[in-house]
Design a protein. Sequence first.
Length: 221
Amino acid sequence: MGIQIAPSILSADFVNLEKDIAAVSDADWLHVDVMDGHFVPNLTIGLPVVERIAQISPIPIDAHLMIEDPDRWAPQYAEAGAASVTFHIEAAFAPIRLARELRGLGARAGIAIRPATPIEPLIEHLAEFDMVVVMTVEPGFGGQSFIESTLPKIRALRKAVTKTGGEIWVQADGGVTADNIAEVVGAGADVLVAGSAIYGKDNPGAEVGVLRERAKGAHHG
């Protein structure tokens, strides 16, 4: 599988979401951050809005749930039309059971880890997930700077994924820009989430192309 670009609407104009979503129709995924004000200190959007976005989006929805009690809520996002649902290992009570439930509903199951969370507990269970998301900023707010110390974690994860022989995606989420995307891809990420690097520019659609080109020039290290 090639490199995939997932613009994060956290940096879009929430009053003109349909326009901003249409602007990135050449991307692979639309990354939608759901925050509950508890697991992270920010409150964004919830189920009804995600359901409506899924109805109008020209590209599949990658819902990233930064919420408490994902065991209860995550399946509802799959039912609402999200093609991929990611929950946090720090918040889930039974992550494997939840991943299986999401897959049973026809969604891809993603598991996310914060910058300071070790990947080791995940390694032996990688086959249960379709994607592992390495948070490359502290979850909660857009526009943060990339945390360089997450690169070794991406490398270790890529190595472990390759060992399984399965097609498990590695997503880097946070602070990805045109300047560092090649380095992040070189470390082993193949799904790149970018918010302000896309929506902070005059032409978000063109910026998706710029990121894709820069990522293509890098190889998994």
